[in-house]
Design a protein around this ligand. Structure first.
Ligand code: COA
Length: 160
């Protein structure tokens, strides 16, 4: 069984992430979306909310499962017995950083390969932070994130 992991903070999941998930799911028997705690990023949504939003957005995808982790990515991959990491590349600017991550993960777990999918051009300019920035300044984000995420962002703003 060829198992892959798509890791990220997903604060929140965007259409760009979803595009990578849909395409990667076709390549593997199982795709684990690994949601990193990433406390250093002071996420807008807590870990359980991020997991729930991704589960809602991927409910129809039977080869996709969503888990959280707060360890090293390499340790999580070892624990899940997954030998492949999937990462999305939006532009040349991502490549240097991705090169470092891939090499470090391989250093930590020899045999762990990272494969890269180029983002669909429709989503190559977005990141979770940029979506949040646009939202907090009153801009429209409904065409950048799944509907449940847009609703959760509105709810979060109303409650805080
Ligand atoms: N579409 C839209 N946005 C995308 C994207 C895509 N295809 N690919 C990346 N992004 C965005 C992300 O949303 C993120 O936005 P943000 O910085 O505003 O939150 C940004 O681009 C950077 O993405 P990424 O590099 O995936 O950061 P991340 O925080 O989502 O994930 C981890 C980084 C979690 C994979 C990494 O920190 C990790 O593995 N942590 C665990 C600890 C560890 O093992 N550390 C050593 C690593 S070698």
């Amino acid at each position: 069984m060829l198992k892959a992991i798509y890791p990220g903070t997903f604060d929140p999941i965007t259409n760009g992430h979803l595009d990578i998930i849909k395409r990667a799911a076709r390549l593997f028997d199982l795709l684990i979306i690994a949601v990193a705690a990433s406390p250093g990023k002071a996420p807008m949504f807590d870990l359980a909310e991020r997991v729930a939003l991704i589960r809602a957005a991927t409910a129809e995808m039977d080869k996709v499962t969503v888990l959280s982790f707060d360890t090293l990515m390499a340790d999580f991959a070892r624990q899940q017995q997954a030998s492949v990491l999937v990462r999305g590349v939006r532009s040349g600017a991502d490549v240097e950083y991705e090169h470092q991550l891939a090499r470090m993960n391989q250093h930590l777990l020899p045999g762990l390969e990272t494969i890269f999918l180029f983002s669909d051009p429709r989503w190559s300019f977005i990141s979770s932070s940029l979506v949040k920035d646009v939202f907090f300044h009153g801009g429209a984000i409904h065409d950048l994130v799944p509907a449940a995420v847009a609703q959760a962002m509105l709810r979060q703003r109303r409650d805080h």
